[in-house]
Design a protein around this ligand. Structure first.
Ligand code: C2E
Ligand code: CA
Ligand code: CA
Ligand code: CA
Length: 379
């Protein structure tokens, strides 16, 4: 229950809520308030599906009750169910599990509940395993940097590469960043990991430069979290100095999802990067919160069209209109455009017609270990 309308209404809601609970609770069952807006209800059960039905009825009643009692405010109640087992000894674990299930309830506009089931249990244990092992893994060099070439569409030559992290377990199993970056963004470890990735990438680049190899632009992913870290830029500049890398060889990919708020502040941050000479790209454009306002306001160099645009086997007319529209808009604003996730020649043909500059995708190359990339470029 969100109390944000003020105490008095909040209290009234609580009274209604208490009445409803009272009506649906039997003899030995129990309710208690565990914080301002959280309640614990213990129901006895013989049969899980019957219990779930009972809770459904309760939720329906809640919705009806509140929409009648408070027609002008929206009251949303989210719940999580954990079925206690014989061997459960610690109530707080059960409460944590119910609460974890509650957090998976989709959206915030409709009252609903979720069950802590085997699937969620596996997820949670996987997440715990990842968190338990992350520090050790960093020391063990289990994180490795892959490079995925970016190619110039008209010449089909490699003009750059994106550094993408992988987690290689001692068993040899390789974990994709989608499985651990979101967890590390939540617990803060992403900063340590990213600086490790940056360090590996920059030292590779230094090696190439010392060997007299052609200059190549390397892109790295900058998690939105870093933009709120006051010393990120200084720390990063320190690394560039350490490895003697000119900033013009580094492209910072910033994901679009963080752009939707505080545009003014973001302009300042991005400008401070750009003044140092880095190239700035906006990653995953079109996947989430893009606005055209953002395109004209942000001081960026490159736009990366999200892979989502190219996920269809055959692009429909509408898709083509949207994509070529975005490309011409971006080019009109002086930006370069990279298409991500290009998998077919048909897409290449269309992108060339639309004057897209570069592409990155399985049609050309998958992300690969640094040694493989070096062979490819004959470094
Ligand atoms: P991203 O920055 O959008 O990276 C592109 C992702 O698309 C990569 O997935 C790449 O392997 C995949 N990809 C490229 N071409 C194709 C294609 O033609 N078809 C398909 N199906 N996929 C393609 P990956 O490497 O799993 O990375 C996932 C995301 O994890 C990245 O998305 C990026 O946001 C994040 N990430 C990766 N490495 C790092 C890192 O070192 N630090 C941070 N903060 N995030 C990272
Ligand atoms: Ca990226
Ligand atoms: Ca991307
Ligand atoms: Ca992406």
């Amino acid at each position: 229950i969100n109390d944000s309308w003020g105490y008095s209404i909040g209290n009234e809601v609580l009274i209604h809520f208490a009445k409803l609970i009272d009506r649906s609770i039997k003899g030995t069952e129990l309710t208690c308030r565990i914080s301002d807006d959280k309640f614990l209800i213990m129901l006895s059960y013989k049969n899980k599906s019957e219990t779930i039905e009972r809770i459904k009825v309760f939720y329906n009643q809640l919705e009806e009750y509140f929409s009648e009692a408070f027609p002008r405010i929206k009251i949303v109640i989210t719940g999580g169910i954990y079925f206690l087992k014989q061997e459960d000894k610690v109530l707080s674990i059960a409460i944590d599990r119910a609460n974890l299930a509650r957090k998976t309830v989709k959206g915030t506009h409709k009252s609903d509940f979720a069950i802590y089931d085997n699937f969620l249990h596996t997820q949670v244990s996987k997440e715990k395993m990842i968190e338990n092992r992350m520090n050790e893994a960093l020391k063990n060099n289990e994180f490795i940097v892959y490079l995925q070439p970016k190619i110039d569409l008209s010449s089909r030559k490699i003009v750059g590469a994106e550094a993408l992290v992988r987690w290689r377990f001692p068993s040899g199993q390789i974990l994709s960043p989608n499985d651990f970056i979101p967890i590390f963004e939540k617990n803060g470890f992403v900063t340590d990991l990213d600086f490790y990735v940056y360090e590996k990438t920059l030292s590779t680049l230094q090696k190439w430069l010392l060997q007299g190899n052609p200059e190549i632009i390397i892109s790295i992913n900058v998690s939105g979290i870093h933009l709120n870290e006051a010393n990120f830029l200084d720390r990063f500049l320190g690394l560039l100095e350490k490895y003697n890398i000119p900033p013009r060889l580094i492209e910072l990919e910033i994901t679009e999802s963080i752009f939707f708020k505080e545009l003014d502040r973001l302009v300042l941050i991005i400008n401070s990067f750009r003044q140092k000479g880095f190239l700035i790209s906006i990653d995953d454009f079109g996947s989430g919160y893009s606005s055209l306002n953002m395109l004209k306001t942000l001081p960026i160099d490159i736009l990366k069209l999200d892979r989502e645009f190219f996920m269809w086997n055959e692009m429909g007319v509408q898709d083509k209109i949207v994509i070529s529209g975005i490309i011409s808009l971006a080019k009109g604003l002086g930006l370069k455009v990279v298409s991500e996730g290009v998998e077919t020649e048909e897409q290449v043909e269309f992108l060339l017609e639309s004057s897209c500059d570069m592409a990155q995708g399985y049609l050309f190359y998958k992300p690969m270990p640094v040694e493989e990339f070096e062979k490819l470029l004959d470094i």
